[in-house]
Design a protein around this ligand. Structure first.
Ligand code: SAM
Ligand code: FES
Length: 383
């Protein structure tokens, strides 16, 4: 099978048949923990820790379909965005959640977790700090917490927009009613992130309890789009039970939705969840899937996620070199950061917002990119 040819077709036509997708996605086996040779795929593009990799790994792995996809995706992102990296200040407003997703550390049945919620004043303080640090997008993310009624949310959103009219507000608050999404949009929210989690209904039901519905989640995404939000979907790479066929469905769904943003990161187990003993997603497969998404949707906003940075110390840099163009550092008060632990060992939970900002600046510069002070809207979408 000539995988590179298929990737060329993807670049040309921005889509593949199911059979072609299956071949491309199944081209590499990404199992178990990350080995030296897997890590070396992108070695010529960044200073990876060489301690764990031998010379043989480097020589053996100078070429692979993964590298082919990574290189192509990086070139496409460079063409569309240059060396500019957008940043989003992530404010984790609450770790209360009515849901019980099997993978998630803030699920309602995690009784070991101390719960918190931020007040409007807390959130405004985070935004103030963030603005000073050059953030022009604030992402308000949280569990599905009934405290944040439409009234409460609209007040917070309009206050942020009033104080910082040059900033975008992104919401990531899970499934709500059409009316609710509409009211928050009218209050000034610009974007909404709602990962679809998997493109396969049966797989969805193995990741979530029966009370949660795949159809509703997908419906929410279409509703958000219809209302006028810039919409982000996405999934975890290597979630328990995920097969090549599921990933094919993910790509097909993403193509159909044509979202402005796609958030993907590796599944990382959390010790207080039913998936505590499941295997984590791999670094290389995450980079590969990111690259395929970039090639399929050249203008999409594609973050190198914190989860990717958690499973590999250079994960976020590598994510950029595989086609990513967004970073979402934490702006939450340090006092609550550890409590928003969706998965084990999440990075940056002890760092002040300013430290994270500086740290990312130098990480990005080291690989030849630059963080910009910009809302960073999708190129085709200026409201
Ligand atoms: N409640 C909102 C929602 O459902 O979209 C936002 C918060 S939710 C915790 C954000 C995302 O975290 C989920 O969409 C999921 O993909 C990701 N996530 C949760 N647990 C994870 C884990 N164990 N490993 C990696 N990602 C995880
Ligand atoms: Fe948070 Fe590096 S990005 S400390």
């Amino acid at each position: 099978m000539d995988y590179e040819k298929l990737i060329d077709i993807l670049e040309r036509e921005h889509d593949l048949s199911e059979e072609q997708w299956r071949a491309v996605i199944g081209a590499q086996k990404f199992t178990g923990s990350v080995s030296g040779s897997q890590v070396s795929t992108l070695r010529d593009w960044a200073e990876v820790d060489t301690e764990t990799d031998s010379e043989t790994d480097i020589v053996d792995n100078t070429y692979s379909v993964v590298k082919y996809a990574n290189d192509k995706a990086r070139n496409i992102a460079r063409k569309v965005f240059g060396n500019r990296i957008y940043i989003r200040g992530l404010i984790e407003i609450s770790n209360y959640c009515r849901n019980n997703c099997y993978y998630c550390g803030i699920r309602r049945d995690n009784k070991a977790l101390v719960r918190y919620r931020l007040t409007k004043e807390d959130i405004m303080e985070c935004a103030k700090q963030g603005y000073g640090l050059g953030y022009r997008t604030f992402v308000l993310q949280g569990g599905e917490d009934g405290y944040y009624s439409d009234e409460v949310m609209c007040d917070i959103i309009s206050s942020i927009k009033k104080a910082y009219p040059d900033c975008a507000v992104t919401l990531s608050l899970g499934e709500r009613s059409r009316e609710s999404y509409k009211r928050m949009y009218e209050a000034g929210a610009d974007r909404y992130l709602l990962r679809h989690e998997t493109g396969d209904k049966d797989h969805y039901q193995t990741l979530h309890p029966d009370e949660m519905s795949y159809d509703n989640r997908i419906e929410c995404l279409w509703t958000l789009k219809e209302i006028g939000y810039q919409v982000g979907c996405g999934f975890m790479v290597g979630s328990p039970g995920q097969s090549v066929d599921h990933l094919v469905k993910d790509m097909k769904f993403i193509k159909k939705l044509e979202p402005q943003m796609v958030g993907i990161g590796p599944f990382v187990p959390h010790h207080e969840t039913p998936f505590a003993n499941e295997t984590q997603g791999t670094y290389e497969q995450t980079l590969y899937m990111m690259s395929l998404i970039r090639i399929m949707l050249p203008e999409v906003l594609l973050p190198a996620t914190t989860a990717l940075g958690t499973i590999n110390p250079r994960g976020r840099e590598m994510g950029i070199l595989a086609g990513g163009n967004v970073l979402m550092p934490n702006l939450s008060p340090v006092s609550v950061r550890k409590l928003y632990e969706l998965y084990d060992n999440k990075i940056c939970t002890g760092d002040e917002s300013a430290e994270c900002r500086n740290c990312l600046n130098s990480r990005v510069q080291r690989i030849g990119y630059e963080i910009v002070t910009d809302r960073g809207d999708a190129p085709s979408f200026v409201r």
